[in-house]
Ligand binder design. Structure first.
Ligand SMILES: Cc1cc2nc3c(=O)[nH]c(=O)nc-3n(C[C@H](O)[C@H](O)[C@H](O)COP(=O)(O)OP(=O)(O)OC[C@H]3O[C@@H](n4cnc5c(N)ncnc54)[C@H](O)[C@@H]3O)c2cc1C
Length: 454
Protein backbone atom coordinates (compact mmCIF):
# COMPACT_ATOMS: atom_id res chain seq x y z
CA UNK A 1 0.00 0.00 0.00
CA UNK A 2 1.48 3.36 -1.03
CA UNK A 3 -0.19 6.56 0.21
CA UNK A 4 1.07 9.57 -1.73
CA UNK A 5 0.29 13.04 -0.41
CA UNK A 6 0.72 16.21 -2.47
CA UNK A 7 1.38 19.14 -0.14
CA UNK A 8 3.42 19.31 3.06
CA UNK A 9 1.68 21.90 5.18
CA UNK A 10 -1.11 21.58 7.76
CA UNK A 11 -3.40 19.23 5.81
CA UNK A 12 -0.75 17.14 4.03
CA UNK A 13 1.40 16.48 7.10
CA UNK A 14 -1.67 15.71 9.24
CA UNK A 15 -2.76 13.18 6.61
CA UNK A 16 0.68 11.59 6.48
CA UNK A 17 1.09 11.34 10.24
CA UNK A 18 -2.35 9.79 10.71
CA UNK A 19 -1.92 7.27 7.89
CA UNK A 20 1.45 6.21 9.30
CA UNK A 21 0.10 6.03 12.86
CA UNK A 22 -2.81 3.77 11.89
CA UNK A 23 -0.92 1.57 9.45
CA UNK A 24 2.84 1.63 10.01
CA UNK A 25 3.21 -1.00 7.29
CA UNK A 26 1.88 1.42 4.64
CA UNK A 27 4.46 3.36 2.66
CA UNK A 28 3.66 7.08 3.09
CA UNK A 29 5.23 9.72 0.85
CA UNK A 30 4.67 13.47 1.11
CA UNK A 31 5.73 15.54 -1.90
CA UNK A 32 5.81 19.28 -1.39
CA UNK A 33 6.71 22.04 -3.80
CA UNK A 34 8.73 24.10 -1.32
CA UNK A 35 11.43 23.46 1.28
CA UNK A 36 9.34 23.90 4.43
CA UNK A 37 7.38 20.84 5.54
CA UNK A 38 4.97 21.54 8.40
CA UNK A 39 5.86 25.17 9.02
CA UNK A 40 3.30 27.29 10.83
CA UNK A 41 2.51 29.99 8.30
CA UNK A 42 0.14 31.37 10.96
CA UNK A 43 3.32 32.48 12.74
CA UNK A 44 4.62 34.59 9.84
CA UNK A 45 3.42 37.93 11.34
CA UNK A 46 5.42 37.22 14.51
CA UNK A 47 8.56 36.44 12.51
CA UNK A 48 8.13 39.72 10.62
CA UNK A 49 7.49 41.67 13.84
CA UNK A 50 10.62 40.21 15.45
CA UNK A 51 8.69 38.57 18.31
CA UNK A 52 9.70 35.18 16.87
CA UNK A 53 13.13 36.10 15.53
CA UNK A 54 14.23 32.64 14.37
CA UNK A 55 12.04 31.37 11.51
CA UNK A 56 13.15 27.80 12.21
CA UNK A 57 11.07 27.81 15.38
CA UNK A 58 7.94 28.14 13.23
CA UNK A 59 8.27 24.44 12.34
CA UNK A 60 5.48 22.46 14.03
CA UNK A 61 7.93 19.52 13.86
CA UNK A 62 11.14 18.66 12.09
CA UNK A 63 11.10 14.86 12.34
CA UNK A 64 8.72 12.75 10.28
CA UNK A 65 9.85 9.28 11.40
CA UNK A 66 8.80 6.61 8.93
CA UNK A 67 7.37 9.06 6.37
CA UNK A 68 9.21 9.82 3.16
CA UNK A 69 9.22 13.64 2.78
CA UNK A 70 10.21 14.87 -0.69
CA UNK A 71 10.97 18.61 -0.69
CA UNK A 72 10.99 20.65 -3.89
CA UNK A 73 8.85 18.07 -5.64
CA UNK A 74 6.04 19.80 -7.51
CA UNK A 75 3.15 17.66 -8.72
CA UNK A 76 2.32 18.56 -12.31
CA UNK A 77 -0.21 15.96 -13.31
CA UNK A 78 -2.41 13.26 -11.78
CA UNK A 79 -3.34 10.26 -13.92
CA UNK A 80 -6.30 8.79 -12.00
CA UNK A 81 -6.54 5.76 -14.31
CA UNK A 82 -2.89 4.72 -14.09
CA UNK A 83 -2.81 5.86 -10.42
CA UNK A 84 0.31 7.95 -10.99
CA UNK A 85 1.48 11.49 -10.28
CA UNK A 86 4.04 13.27 -12.43
CA UNK A 87 6.44 15.35 -10.34
CA UNK A 88 8.93 18.05 -11.35
CA UNK A 89 12.07 17.94 -9.19
CA UNK A 90 15.52 19.57 -9.21
CA UNK A 91 16.82 16.31 -10.75
CA UNK A 92 14.18 16.24 -13.49
CA UNK A 93 10.74 14.70 -13.96
CA UNK A 94 9.58 11.65 -11.97
CA UNK A 95 6.45 9.53 -12.06
CA UNK A 96 5.23 8.01 -8.79
CA UNK A 97 2.53 5.34 -8.44
CA UNK A 98 0.01 5.47 -5.64
CA UNK A 99 -2.70 3.27 -4.19
CA UNK A 100 -4.34 6.19 -2.36
CA UNK A 101 -3.62 9.83 -3.14
CA UNK A 102 -4.29 12.82 -0.87
CA UNK A 103 -4.33 16.25 -2.54
CA UNK A 104 -3.43 18.91 0.04
CA UNK A 105 -2.20 21.71 -2.18
CA UNK A 106 -3.68 24.53 -0.06
CA UNK A 107 -4.53 27.95 -1.42
CA UNK A 108 -2.84 30.75 -3.29
CA UNK A 109 -3.16 34.40 -2.30
CA UNK A 110 -5.25 36.52 -4.64
CA UNK A 111 -3.13 39.01 -6.57
CA UNK A 112 -5.56 41.81 -7.40
CA UNK A 113 -5.38 42.89 -10.99
CA UNK A 114 -4.36 46.47 -10.30
CA UNK A 115 -1.68 48.44 -12.14
CA UNK A 116 1.66 48.19 -10.37
CA UNK A 117 0.95 44.95 -8.48
CA UNK A 118 4.12 43.40 -9.88
CA UNK A 119 6.49 46.20 -8.78
CA UNK A 120 9.40 45.43 -6.48
CA UNK A 121 8.33 46.25 -2.95
CA UNK A 122 4.80 44.85 -3.46
CA UNK A 123 4.27 41.55 -1.64
CA UNK A 124 1.77 38.78 -1.09
CA UNK A 125 1.92 36.84 2.16
CA UNK A 126 1.18 33.15 2.22
CA UNK A 127 4.28 30.97 2.28
CA UNK A 128 7.60 30.89 4.11
CA UNK A 129 9.26 32.18 0.92
CA UNK A 130 6.86 35.17 0.96
CA UNK A 131 7.81 35.78 4.60
CA UNK A 132 11.54 35.66 3.79
CA UNK A 133 11.01 38.14 0.94
CA UNK A 134 9.24 40.68 3.18
CA UNK A 135 11.75 40.15 5.99
CA UNK A 136 14.77 40.59 3.71
CA UNK A 137 13.25 43.71 2.16
CA UNK A 138 12.73 45.23 5.61
CA UNK A 139 16.26 44.28 6.68
CA UNK A 140 17.99 45.60 3.55
CA UNK A 141 17.36 49.21 4.48
CA UNK A 142 15.06 50.90 6.96
CA UNK A 143 11.51 51.15 5.62
CA UNK A 144 9.37 53.73 7.27
CA UNK A 145 6.00 53.45 5.53
CA UNK A 146 3.81 50.51 4.54
CA UNK A 147 0.42 50.33 2.87
CA UNK A 148 -1.62 47.20 3.60
CA UNK A 149 -4.37 46.46 1.13
CA UNK A 150 -7.07 44.38 2.84
CA UNK A 151 -8.38 44.55 6.41
CA UNK A 152 -9.08 40.88 7.04
CA UNK A 153 -7.17 39.02 9.73
CA UNK A 154 -3.88 38.84 7.82
CA UNK A 155 -3.94 42.59 7.05
CA UNK A 156 -4.64 43.36 10.71
CA UNK A 157 -1.97 41.01 12.05
CA UNK A 158 0.52 42.58 9.67
CA UNK A 159 -0.50 46.11 10.74
CA UNK A 160 0.38 45.07 14.29
CA UNK A 161 3.63 43.34 13.19
CA UNK A 162 4.93 46.20 11.04
CA UNK A 163 4.07 48.80 13.70
CA UNK A 164 6.12 46.72 16.17
CA UNK A 165 9.05 47.12 13.75
CA UNK A 166 8.64 50.89 13.74
CA UNK A 167 6.97 51.09 10.32
CA UNK A 168 4.15 53.62 9.83
CA UNK A 169 1.16 51.70 8.51
CA UNK A 170 -1.78 52.75 6.33
CA UNK A 171 -4.53 50.14 6.07
CA UNK A 172 -7.02 50.18 3.20
CA UNK A 173 -10.30 48.41 3.96
CA UNK A 174 -12.98 47.78 1.34
CA UNK A 175 -15.72 47.45 3.96
CA UNK A 176 -17.16 50.25 6.09
CA UNK A 177 -14.86 49.28 8.94
CA UNK A 178 -12.18 46.61 9.43
CA UNK A 179 -12.45 42.83 9.89
CA UNK A 180 -15.68 42.05 8.05
CA UNK A 181 -15.78 38.59 9.69
CA UNK A 182 -17.25 40.26 12.80
CA UNK A 183 -20.25 42.60 13.00
CA UNK A 184 -19.44 46.27 12.34
CA UNK A 185 -20.15 47.15 16.01
CA UNK A 186 -17.06 45.16 16.96
CA UNK A 187 -15.13 46.07 13.80
CA UNK A 188 -15.29 49.71 14.96
CA UNK A 189 -13.63 48.75 18.25
CA UNK A 190 -10.83 47.03 16.33
CA UNK A 191 -10.40 50.07 14.05
CA UNK A 192 -10.15 52.27 17.17
CA UNK A 193 -7.41 50.01 18.56
CA UNK A 194 -5.50 50.29 15.27
CA UNK A 195 -5.80 54.09 15.34
CA UNK A 196 -4.69 54.15 18.99
CA UNK A 197 -1.47 52.56 17.74
CA UNK A 198 -1.12 55.15 14.96
CA UNK A 199 -2.28 52.94 12.09
CA UNK A 200 -4.05 55.11 9.48
CA UNK A 201 -7.27 53.25 8.75
CA UNK A 202 -8.94 54.19 5.45
CA UNK A 203 -12.30 52.38 5.33
CA UNK A 204 -14.70 52.01 2.41
CA UNK A 205 -11.95 52.21 -0.22
CA UNK A 206 -10.02 49.87 -2.51
CA UNK A 207 -6.56 50.31 -4.01
CA UNK A 208 -6.72 51.29 -7.65
CA UNK A 209 -3.08 51.82 -8.63
CA UNK A 210 0.46 51.32 -7.32
CA UNK A 211 3.26 53.42 -8.81
CA UNK A 212 6.95 53.95 -8.29
CA UNK A 213 7.48 57.57 -7.33
CA UNK A 214 11.06 57.79 -8.64
CA UNK A 215 13.09 55.40 -10.75
CA UNK A 216 15.28 52.75 -9.11
CA UNK A 217 14.29 49.55 -7.33
CA UNK A 218 14.47 50.85 -3.75
CA UNK A 219 12.72 54.15 -4.41
CA UNK A 220 9.35 54.81 -2.77
CA UNK A 221 5.97 53.69 -4.06
CA UNK A 222 2.57 55.31 -3.91
CA UNK A 223 -0.84 53.66 -3.67
CA UNK A 224 -3.89 55.46 -5.00
CA UNK A 225 -7.24 54.46 -3.53
CA UNK A 226 -10.75 54.57 -4.98
CA UNK A 227 -11.48 57.86 -3.18
CA UNK A 228 -8.53 59.44 -5.03
CA UNK A 229 -6.22 59.65 -1.99
CA UNK A 230 -2.55 58.88 -2.61
CA UNK A 231 -0.63 57.01 0.11
CA UNK A 232 3.18 56.95 0.27
CA UNK A 233 4.76 53.53 0.81
CA UNK A 234 8.14 51.88 1.03
CA UNK A 235 6.40 48.55 0.84
CA UNK A 236 2.91 47.36 -0.03
CA UNK A 237 1.33 44.12 1.14
CA UNK A 238 -1.68 42.79 -0.75
CA UNK A 239 -3.85 40.71 1.61
CA UNK A 240 -7.18 40.44 -0.14
CA UNK A 241 -7.95 36.75 0.26
CA UNK A 242 -7.03 33.36 -1.12
CA UNK A 243 -8.13 30.99 -3.86
CA UNK A 244 -8.03 27.20 -3.59
CA UNK A 245 -5.06 25.66 -5.39
CA UNK A 246 -7.11 23.06 -7.19
CA UNK A 247 -5.60 23.02 -10.71
CA UNK A 248 -3.98 19.58 -10.78
CA UNK A 249 -7.04 17.93 -9.22
CA UNK A 250 -9.38 19.80 -11.57
CA UNK A 251 -7.33 18.91 -14.65
CA UNK A 252 -7.47 15.26 -13.61
CA UNK A 253 -11.28 15.52 -13.61
CA UNK A 254 -12.14 16.10 -9.93
CA UNK A 255 -15.41 17.96 -9.45
CA UNK A 256 -15.03 21.60 -8.46
CA UNK A 257 -17.53 23.50 -6.34
CA UNK A 258 -17.87 26.63 -4.20
CA UNK A 259 -15.22 29.31 -4.84
CA UNK A 260 -13.41 26.90 -7.15
CA UNK A 261 -12.61 24.48 -4.31
CA UNK A 262 -12.45 20.71 -4.77
CA UNK A 263 -15.70 18.93 -3.89
CA UNK A 264 -15.23 16.26 -1.22
CA UNK A 265 -17.47 13.87 0.69
CA UNK A 266 -17.43 13.99 4.51
CA UNK A 267 -14.84 11.17 4.23
CA UNK A 268 -12.69 13.70 2.31
CA UNK A 269 -12.97 11.69 -0.94
CA UNK A 270 -12.99 13.57 -4.23
CA UNK A 271 -15.02 12.40 -7.22
CA UNK A 272 -11.88 10.61 -8.53
CA UNK A 273 -11.36 7.00 -7.40
CA UNK A 274 -8.74 6.60 -4.63
CA UNK A 275 -8.11 10.37 -4.52
CA UNK A 276 -8.82 12.21 -1.27
CA UNK A 277 -8.29 15.91 -0.63
CA UNK A 278 -8.10 18.16 2.44
CA UNK A 279 -7.32 21.68 3.65
CA UNK A 280 -7.52 25.00 1.89
CA UNK A 281 -7.95 23.38 -1.54
CA UNK A 282 -11.37 21.86 -0.66
CA UNK A 283 -14.89 22.85 0.25
CA UNK A 284 -15.70 22.55 3.95
CA UNK A 285 -18.89 21.23 5.48
CA UNK A 286 -20.40 23.91 7.73
CA UNK A 287 -22.42 22.40 10.56
CA UNK A 288 -24.80 25.34 10.91
CA UNK A 289 -25.68 25.58 7.25
CA UNK A 290 -25.52 21.78 6.83
CA UNK A 291 -23.90 22.48 3.47
CA UNK A 292 -20.42 23.28 2.19
CA UNK A 293 -18.67 26.65 2.35
CA UNK A 294 -15.15 27.77 1.48
CA UNK A 295 -13.24 28.61 4.66
CA UNK A 296 -9.44 28.55 4.67
CA UNK A 297 -8.09 28.01 8.18
CA UNK A 298 -5.29 25.98 9.65
CA UNK A 299 -7.59 24.50 12.30
CA UNK A 300 -9.81 23.00 9.60
CA UNK A 301 -6.88 21.88 7.43
CA UNK A 302 -5.40 19.87 10.32
CA UNK A 303 -8.69 18.09 11.04
CA UNK A 304 -9.55 17.36 7.42
CA UNK A 305 -6.00 16.12 6.77
CA UNK A 306 -6.25 13.73 9.71
CA UNK A 307 -9.54 12.33 8.39
CA UNK A 308 -8.13 11.97 4.86
CA UNK A 309 -5.02 10.19 6.16
CA UNK A 310 -7.16 7.84 8.23
CA UNK A 311 -9.44 6.94 5.33
CA UNK A 312 -6.49 6.45 2.99
CA UNK A 313 -5.40 3.40 5.02
CA UNK A 314 -8.71 2.22 6.54
CA UNK A 315 -10.12 -0.89 5.01
CA UNK A 316 -13.35 -1.12 7.01
CA UNK A 317 -15.69 1.79 7.73
CA UNK A 318 -14.68 5.37 6.97
CA UNK A 319 -14.17 8.22 9.37
CA UNK A 320 -16.16 11.39 8.60
CA UNK A 321 -15.11 15.02 8.98
CA UNK A 322 -17.59 16.47 11.47
CA UNK A 323 -17.67 19.93 9.87
CA UNK A 324 -16.69 23.39 10.97
CA UNK A 325 -18.58 25.99 12.96
CA UNK A 326 -16.28 28.77 11.69
CA UNK A 327 -14.25 29.49 14.84
CA UNK A 328 -11.44 31.99 14.54
CA UNK A 329 -9.40 34.27 16.78
CA UNK A 330 -6.71 36.92 16.35
CA UNK A 331 -4.70 39.51 18.23
CA UNK A 332 -4.49 43.14 17.14
CA UNK A 333 -2.16 45.10 19.41
CA UNK A 334 -3.71 44.77 22.89
CA UNK A 335 -7.05 43.43 21.70
CA UNK A 336 -8.18 39.88 21.15
CA UNK A 337 -11.03 39.20 18.76
CA UNK A 338 -12.73 35.85 18.39
CA UNK A 339 -15.79 34.54 16.65
CA UNK A 340 -17.59 31.28 16.08
CA UNK A 341 -20.74 30.31 14.22
CA UNK A 342 -22.42 32.98 12.15
CA UNK A 343 -22.76 36.71 12.56
CA UNK A 344 -26.13 38.45 12.47
CA UNK A 345 -25.72 39.28 8.78
CA UNK A 346 -24.61 35.75 7.83
CA UNK A 347 -27.49 34.22 9.79
CA UNK A 348 -29.99 36.44 7.98
CA UNK A 349 -28.44 35.57 4.60
CA UNK A 350 -28.77 31.87 5.45
CA UNK A 351 -32.49 32.26 6.06
CA UNK A 352 -32.53 32.30 9.88
CA UNK A 353 -34.47 34.92 11.82
CA UNK A 354 -31.63 35.95 14.12
CA UNK A 355 -31.63 38.04 17.26
CA UNK A 356 -28.23 39.49 18.21
CA UNK A 357 -27.58 40.99 21.62
CA UNK A 358 -24.38 42.75 22.68
CA UNK A 359 -23.38 42.61 26.36
CA UNK A 360 -20.52 44.06 28.34
CA UNK A 361 -19.15 41.90 31.15
CA UNK A 362 -15.94 41.92 33.18
CA UNK A 363 -13.58 39.04 32.58
CA UNK A 364 -13.28 38.37 36.33
CA UNK A 365 -14.52 39.71 39.68
CA UNK A 366 -13.78 43.45 39.88
CA UNK A 367 -12.53 43.18 43.47
CA UNK A 368 -9.52 41.23 42.21
CA UNK A 369 -7.06 43.57 40.45
CA UNK A 370 -6.89 43.77 36.69
CA UNK A 371 -10.53 43.10 35.72
CA UNK A 372 -11.28 44.28 32.18
CA UNK A 373 -14.56 44.67 30.28
CA UNK A 374 -15.36 42.37 27.36
CA UNK A 375 -17.86 42.98 24.58
CA UNK A 376 -19.80 39.84 23.72
CA UNK A 377 -22.28 39.57 20.86
CA UNK A 378 -24.49 36.51 20.88
CA UNK A 379 -26.62 35.58 17.88
CA UNK A 380 -29.47 33.12 18.27
CA UNK A 381 -32.48 31.95 16.37
CA UNK A 382 -35.40 34.06 17.58
CA UNK A 383 -38.02 31.32 17.26
CA UNK A 384 -36.17 28.33 18.74
CA UNK A 385 -33.57 29.97 20.97
CA UNK A 386 -30.84 27.92 19.28
CA UNK A 387 -27.34 29.38 19.47
CA UNK A 388 -26.12 30.49 16.03
CA UNK A 389 -22.93 32.37 16.78
CA UNK A 390 -20.88 34.51 19.13
CA UNK A 391 -18.24 37.21 18.82
CA UNK A 392 -16.06 38.60 21.60
CA UNK A 393 -13.66 41.54 21.70
CA UNK A 394 -11.57 42.61 24.68
CA UNK A 395 -8.08 43.06 26.09
CA UNK A 396 -5.79 40.26 25.03
CA UNK A 397 -5.19 38.96 28.59
CA UNK A 398 -8.89 38.09 29.03
CA UNK A 399 -8.93 34.52 27.63
CA UNK A 400 -11.17 35.60 24.79
CA UNK A 401 -10.27 32.87 22.35
CA UNK A 402 -10.90 30.17 24.96
CA UNK A 403 -14.19 31.82 25.94
CA UNK A 404 -15.34 31.73 22.34
CA UNK A 405 -14.45 28.04 22.36
CA UNK A 406 -17.21 27.49 24.94
CA UNK A 407 -19.65 28.88 22.38
CA UNK A 408 -17.97 26.75 19.68
CA UNK A 409 -18.49 23.58 21.71
CA UNK A 410 -22.11 24.56 22.35
CA UNK A 411 -22.64 25.17 18.63
CA UNK A 412 -21.10 21.81 17.83
CA UNK A 413 -23.76 20.15 19.97
CA UNK A 414 -26.54 22.52 18.70
CA UNK A 415 -27.34 23.81 22.22
CA UNK A 416 -29.88 26.52 22.83
CA UNK A 417 -28.62 29.76 24.36
CA UNK A 418 -30.51 28.96 27.58
CA UNK A 419 -28.60 25.66 27.83
CA UNK A 420 -25.31 27.61 28.04
CA UNK A 421 -26.37 28.49 31.59
CA UNK A 422 -26.29 24.80 32.54
CA UNK A 423 -22.62 24.37 31.61
CA UNK A 424 -20.39 23.79 34.61
CA UNK A 425 -17.71 26.36 33.78
CA UNK A 426 -14.88 26.87 36.25
CA UNK A 427 -14.61 29.91 38.53
CA UNK A 428 -12.16 31.61 40.83
CA UNK A 429 -12.19 35.44 41.31
CA UNK A 430 -8.91 36.18 39.44
CA UNK A 431 -10.17 34.35 36.32
CA UNK A 432 -13.96 34.61 36.11
CA UNK A 433 -17.22 35.07 38.02
CA UNK A 434 -19.70 32.48 39.27
CA UNK A 435 -21.49 33.22 36.03
CA UNK A 436 -18.79 33.40 33.36
CA UNK A 437 -19.11 36.29 30.84
CA UNK A 438 -20.25 33.64 28.34
CA UNK A 439 -23.24 32.91 30.58
CA UNK A 440 -23.87 36.58 31.42
CA UNK A 441 -24.14 37.18 27.66
CA UNK A 442 -26.43 34.16 27.28
CA UNK A 443 -28.72 35.50 30.03
CA UNK A 444 -28.81 38.95 28.39
CA UNK A 445 -29.84 37.29 25.15
CA UNK A 446 -32.67 35.28 26.73
CA UNK A 447 -33.91 38.43 28.53
CA UNK A 448 -33.97 40.37 25.25
CA UNK A 449 -35.88 37.54 23.60
CA UNK A 450 -38.37 37.37 26.46
CA UNK A 451 -38.85 41.14 26.18
CA UNK A 452 -40.07 40.47 22.64
CA UNK A 453 -42.76 38.19 24.06
CA UNK A 454 -41.01 34.96 22.99
C1 LIG B 1 -0.10 35.04 7.64
C2 LIG B 1 -1.10 33.95 7.89
C3 LIG B 1 -1.65 33.79 9.14
C4 LIG B 1 -2.59 32.79 9.38
N1 LIG B 1 -3.12 32.67 10.64
C5 LIG B 1 -4.00 31.68 10.89
C6 LIG B 1 -4.52 31.50 12.20
O1 LIG B 1 -4.17 32.25 13.12
N2 LIG B 1 -5.41 30.49 12.41
C7 LIG B 1 -5.79 29.63 11.41
O2 LIG B 1 -6.58 28.71 11.67
N3 LIG B 1 -5.30 29.78 10.15
C8 LIG B 1 -4.43 30.77 9.87
N4 LIG B 1 -3.92 30.91 8.61
C9 LIG B 1 -4.40 30.02 7.53
C10 LIG B 1 -3.64 28.69 7.53
O3 LIG B 1 -2.27 28.95 7.49
C11 LIG B 1 -4.06 27.86 6.32
O4 LIG B 1 -5.43 27.64 6.40
C12 LIG B 1 -3.32 26.53 6.31
O5 LIG B 1 -1.94 26.73 6.11
C13 LIG B 1 -3.84 25.63 5.19
O6 LIG B 1 -3.09 24.48 5.18
P1 LIG B 1 -3.03 23.56 3.87
O7 LIG B 1 -2.16 22.39 4.24
O8 LIG B 1 -4.38 23.28 3.38
O9 LIG B 1 -2.35 24.45 2.74
P2 LIG B 1 -1.08 25.36 2.64
O10 LIG B 1 -0.58 25.81 3.96
O11 LIG B 1 -1.41 26.39 1.62
O12 LIG B 1 0.03 24.40 2.03
C14 LIG B 1 -0.02 23.88 0.76
C15 LIG B 1 1.10 22.88 0.61
O13 LIG B 1 1.00 22.30 -0.69
C16 LIG B 1 2.24 22.42 -1.37
N5 LIG B 1 1.92 22.44 -2.80
C17 LIG B 1 1.10 23.29 -3.46
N6 LIG B 1 1.01 22.93 -4.76
C18 LIG B 1 1.80 21.82 -4.90
C19 LIG B 1 2.12 20.98 -5.97
N7 LIG B 1 1.61 21.16 -7.20
N8 LIG B 1 2.98 19.94 -5.75
C20 LIG B 1 3.50 19.72 -4.52
N9 LIG B 1 3.22 20.48 -3.47
C21 LIG B 1 2.37 21.51 -3.65
C22 LIG B 1 2.90 23.64 -0.78
O14 LIG B 1 4.29 23.61 -0.97
C23 LIG B 1 2.50 23.46 0.70
O15 LIG B 1 3.36 22.51 1.31
C24 LIG B 1 -2.97 31.91 8.33
C25 LIG B 1 -2.41 32.06 7.06
C26 LIG B 1 -1.49 33.06 6.83
C27 LIG B 1 -0.89 33.20 5.47
Amino acid sequence: MHVLIIGGSDAGISAGLRAHELDPSAEVTIALADDYPNYSVCGIPYYISGETPDWRTLAHRTEFGGINVLRRHTARVIDPVAHTVGLATDEGAKTVRYDQLVVATGANPVRPDLPGHELEGVFLLRSMDDAFAVHAYLERQPRTKAVLVGAGYIGLEMADALTARGVEVTLLSRSATVLPTVDAELGHLVAAELRRHHVRVCAGVTATRIERVQTGPDSPLSVTDSAGAVHAADLVILAVGVRPNREIAATAGARIGINGAIVVTPAMRTTLPDVLAAGDCVETLHRLFASPRYISLGTIAHKQGRVAGENAVRKDSERLFAGTVGSQSLKVFNLAIARTGVSDFEAREAGFDPLTVQTEANDHKVYYPGAVPLQLRVTGDRATGRLLGAQIVGPKQAEISKRVDVFAAALFRALTIEELNDLDLSYTPPFSSPWDPVQIAAQAWTRARRAQGL
